[in-house]
Ligand binder design. Structure first.
Ligand code: DGJ
Length: 741
């Protein structure tokens, strides 16, 4: 069993892949965190946790002035009973008090992993893949029982944590904060990495040293958001891409979240992750329970690269579900940047025809096909075809696209409602709002109240009709605003602060129903690009539109940041027209293609407007993609050079058996009279000899220092490197494909 319990020391030892996680029961009551790091060979930690009398740290046990919760490294700290640091749980009782005294009651260790009802979570397929420990803590006075759930994956360095809070008492309890995971690391010699951003600038990797203060990453926007991602990492000061310790924390949740690293007076680092306590409360009547989302702890000693690969393997195989989990997705074309709202059937068919000639497999009809939507001011909520634009309706269009040899996909934004819509006229109170208050519009729209079952059911009904009306093989599920004026007329006054989380529960329920009803449809999640690129959405939809920014150079940092946690197969990545619509930059079709091949390749341009030469190049890049897509989408990623220095970027994917690899290099800004450079590769088999083929029309323009075909040993490629050819100009790219001989 990878979870051990030692009766003598009362230590739990969770062994997850190459990692160990230990905590113990102190004074038969308190859970003390002892260790998180590389796998330990012994079942217990021999050296005890040493306590000493500390001024200004109160002692809950009057007979022991060495013991204080303020100095104890804890597993699930509470508020008000001698610990002054941030708590994992907070509640208010009927007498107005807010103290919680949690004491260990019992624990259970069993094979497998329980399902989190109503919430997305990682899963297992065989009981042997994981072992679970549940620990019950109780506040006896109030009958509050907190169950900490830890699942250690056998073959992944991953511990999944969640918390269930039950009211076994006789009075109403108002939960004010319930974090999913907490742990106190015994030092603060870490850098903090997180992924802040903005619309069209998502998930920039930011690394800052931990200081003695509270570092908080959060969303208060009703979605995980572009502005932060429910992820953070603590890495040692010397941790690089290839070397050093890294602890990653990811929350499987798509709404308001909070991640905290709080360094205390003795340089312990408290880590907290969960639903954002901001504007959150949950009323627990006697007999009721509350399930907090799942938090994932991932450990690596192999630097950021190792951390990413652990996350990638887990998300690819044990978070994403359904038919498309292990399947290569079709190359798609999306009409958004080609036409925006202005199209008719003829235009779409012309686009489809020229896309097919390029080798594209799936045609996606984006926004503007429903209601009377000629711009973004109307019709969200009315999911029936606009007969002015498509007079024959949807099924004949889908048939015609199918006849061209393309599958058909469609865009929807089901969580939204336009004030100018039939749905709003019929149900003006179906949006989230506070009566008598102003309702702020964003992109001229309001958010539907998915905390109410009847609203979700009505949307499910409309979507079901739509998806049954024609052979639709792909759905892009968009969400283009954040939630303001949060309130629901479906819930009583004292439950209003539950609405943000109830919205997420409603959304998850609807997605569960819809994806079960249409298992053959490939769903792509989107929120103005990557505004909800999180593990919660990935549980329902196996890929995400990474960003509305389709510029190849901007995409380097967006995709690098994203790749810290999320695997290539979850990223939607398109070649678009130049000058690029978001930043005005001009890049070559080769560079655009090679950058888009860092994920699921797609196109988002007017294929009719490509020159003959460009058409030829697109055909060959799709051909190349078919040859390498299994390496990219199912292989291991190694980031070789970071685009954050604005000079160049390089990355590679290696197939699991190390027989094949694909390396990409992008020169961002040209350097005059540059040095000759080598690119040491990673992840290959040192003993194998590889056939290395250089790909790229942009090399050899002036001089090239590399030949295009060579046989090179794995050790040479990793230790000496690969010669980077001379690329004359900005924004140029080349690639190499490697095949073991
Ligand atoms: C935002 C998405 O990210 C875009 O790709 C596009 O679908 C628009 N919405 C349509 O309104």
């Amino acid at each position: 069993m990878p979870i051990l319990y030692d009766e003598k020391t009362k230590q739990f030892h969770l062994q997850a892949g190459s990692s160990s996680y230990l905590f113990e029961i102190d004074k038969d009551a308190y859970l003390a965190h002892r260790y998180y790091g590389g796998r330990l060979s012994q079942p217990t930690i021999a050296q005890p946790f040493v306590t000493m009398a500390r001024s200004f740290s109160p002692n809950p046990d009057p007979s022991d002035d060495h013991f204080s919760l303020d100095t104890l490294p804890q597993e699930y700290p509470v508020y008000g009973t001698s610990d002054f640091r941030l708590p994992a749980i907070e509640a208010k009782f009927e007498d107005g008090s807010t103290l919680i005294e949690l004491r260990y009651q019992r624990h259970r260790i069993f094979p497998g992993k329980p399902v989190l009802r109503g919430l997305p979570a990682t899963y297992i397929e065989e009981a042997s893949e994981a072992t679970t420990l549940e620990v019950d803590l109780e506040d006896a006075l109030k009958g509050l029982v907190v169950t900490l759930c830890y699942t250690a994956f056998t073959n992944h360095a991953v511990i999944a944590r969640s918390v269930f809070v039950a009211n076994h008492g006789t009075e109403r309890i108002m939960l004010r904060r319930v974090h999913s995971a907490a742990m106190d690391l015994p030092d603060a010699e870490y850098d903090l990495i997180h992924l802040p951003g903005a619309h069209v600038r998502e998930r920039e990797l930011v690394r800052v040293p931990l200081e003695r203060s509270v570092h908080q990453m959060e969303s208060r926007r009703g979605a995980s958001s572009h502005q932060e991602n429910p992820f953070m990492a603590l890495v040692r000061k010397n941790t690089t891409e290839v070397y050093g310790e890294a602890i990653g924390v990811s929350l499987v949740y798509s709404g308001n979240f909070q991640m905290t690293a709080d360094v205390d007076q003795y340089d312990n680092t408290r880590v907290l992750a969960g639903i954002n306590p901001f504007d959150f409360e949950w009323v627990l009547e006697p007999g009721e329970g509350f399930q907090a989302p799942e938090a994932l702890l991932v450990y690596s000693k192999e630097g950021l690269g190792g951390l990413s690969r652990e996350f990638h393997r887990l998300f690819r195989t044990r978070l994403v579900r359904g038919k498309y989990r292990d399947k290569i997705r079709p190359v798609l074309i999306n009409n958004w940047e080609a036409t925006y709202f202005q199209f008719d059937q003829q235009t779409l068919l012309e686009l489809g025809k020229s896309a097919k000639e390029l080798g594209i497999e799936l045609f996606v009809l984006d926004d503007g096909w429903f209601g009377h939507r000629d711009d973004d001011r109307s019709s969200l909520g009315d999911w029936t075809v606009d007969l002015q634009k498509l007079p024959d309706g949807l099924p004949p269009l889908v048939r015609a696209i199918n006849d061209q040899g393309l599958q058909f996909g469609i865009w929807v934004e089901p969580e939204m409602i336009s004030p100018n819509s039939e749905l709003y006229r019929a149900h003006p109170d179906w949006c989230l709002h506070v009566p008598s208050r102003n309702q702020s519009l964003s992109r001229h729209q309001l958010v539907l109240d998915f905390s109410r079952e009847e609203v979700c059911d009505a949307i499910l009904h409309q979507l079901t009709k739509l998806l049954q009306s024609a052979p639709i093989r792909y759905v892009k599920w968009d969400m283009n605003r954040h939630i303001s004026e949060l309130g629901s007329v479906g819930w009583p006054a004292y439950r209003q602060r539950e609405v943000a989380h109830r919205y997420m529960l409603g959304l998850y329920r609807l997605l569960e129903q819809l994806t079960n009803m249409f298992p053959d449809i490939l769903f792509e999640s989107c929120s103005g690009g990557g505004g909800r690129f999180d593990p919660g959405m990935l549980y329902y939809m196996p890929q995400v539109w990474t960003s509305d920014n389709t510029d190849a150079i901007s995409r380097l940092s967006i995709q690098f940041g994203t790749s810290l946690v999320y695997p290539a197969i979850t990223m939607g990545s398109h070649v678009s027209a130049v000058p690029n619509h978001q930043v005005g930059r001009v890049t070559s079709i080769e560079t655009r293609g090679l950058v888009a091949m860092m994920g699921n390749l797609g196109y988002e341009l007017d294929a009719r407007k490509l020159s003959e030469e460009e058409r030829g190049k697109v055909q060959s890049q799709i051909h190349l993609y078919h040859e390498i897509k299994h390496i990219v989408l199912l292989g291991d990623l190694y980031r070789l050079r970071s685009p954050y220095h604005h000079r160049d970027a390089a990355w590679m994917y290696v197939s699991e058996n190390k027989e094949e690899a694909f390396v990409t290099y992008v020169k961002i800004l040209a350097v005059p009279n540059p040095p000759m450079e080598r690119l040491p590769l990673q992840g290959l088999d040192a003993k194998k000899r590889y056939q290395v083929t250089l790909i790229g029309d942009e090399v050899n323009r002036f001089i090239s220092i590399a030949t295009s075909e060579m046989e090179i040993n794995g050790d040479e490629l990793m230790q000496w490197g690969l010669l980077i050819p001379y690329l004359h100009g900005d924004f140029l790219a080349c690639a190499w494909s490697l095949k073991a001989k």
